[in-house]
Design a protein around this ligand. Sequence first.
Ligand SMILES: CC(C)(COP(=O)(O)OP(=O)(O)OC[C@H]1O[C@@H](n2cnc3c(N)ncnc32)[C@H](O)[C@@H]1OP(=O)(O)O)[C@@H](O)C(=O)NCCC(=O)NCCS
Ligand SMILES: [Zn+2]
Length: 234
Amino acid sequence: MKAPSILDTPGHALYHRTMQPFPYDARLPAGSAPETEENGVHPAAQVHPTACVDKGARVGRGTCIWHFCHVYSGAEIGENSTLGQNVCVTGTARIGNGVKIQNNVSIYDGVVLEDDVFCGPSCVFTNVLTPRAFVCRRHEYRPTLVRRGATLGANSTVVCGHEIGAYAMVAAGAVVTADVPPHALVMGVPARQAGWVCYCGERLDFGAGEACACGACGQNFILEDGRPAAVKKP
Ligand SMILES: CC(C)(COP(=O)(O)OP(=O)(O)OC[C@H]1O[C@@H](n2cnc3c(N)ncnc32)[C@H](O)[C@@H]1OP(=O)(O)O)[C@@H](O)C(=O)NCCC(=O)NCCS
Ligand SMILES: [Zn+2]
């Protein structure tokens, strides 16, 4: 009979840590690892021995979880995502594919990060608007939805109940207090729109016109209802 292990002791700091070699190239080509999952963690996911992935969490293939992270039971993280040092993902948080989360970020219940979202170091999510230590607000969580490809700058804060549009860019240190349109660049406290950005992250300059091409990657855009819409190249 197998001796009991601290790794199987709920509540222990090392409970259910995943013992796989590290470091490791997270971006595996499709088909290079078996598709079976062990306790919700894909065998081609990489979890540092100091990280704690609770039973019941799901971690997709090629995802890399670095030092001192904690992924709660129920949390779902897609494929080829990266959690930097000291990232916490609670049970109803959802993280898509190709998401990059830098050091010291907590993804709380009610937060959804779609594919290819970038979270800068120490950016802050919230889920209660008027917290009190002595009032239970667990049933009043407000959601935060970060759409595909959006960037949250270092040390920015997202006040809960808002949506960050696809490919939007939130500047370092900004405090988001309202929905952010797709491709918008917002900065400051409170965050105000300062322009538009391309898929590649560079600013778009429409001048006085209705069309422009990204100076960095050449993608063409037109303004539709005052918002940038990509024009497919013929
Ligand atoms: C917002 C950002 C994309 C703007 O870059 P940019 O277009 O090159 O901006 P500029 O440096 O030309 O600055 C333009 C103006 O915005 C101001 N500005 C730039 N970044 C700002 C910020 N984070 N907050 C407030 N104002 C900012 C500048 O002071 C300047 O103001 P001025 O016109 O009055 O002089 C960039 O500054 C930023 O915050 N990037 C995020 C970096 C980050 O968090 N990375 C995390 C991974 S390490
Ligand atoms: Zn571009």
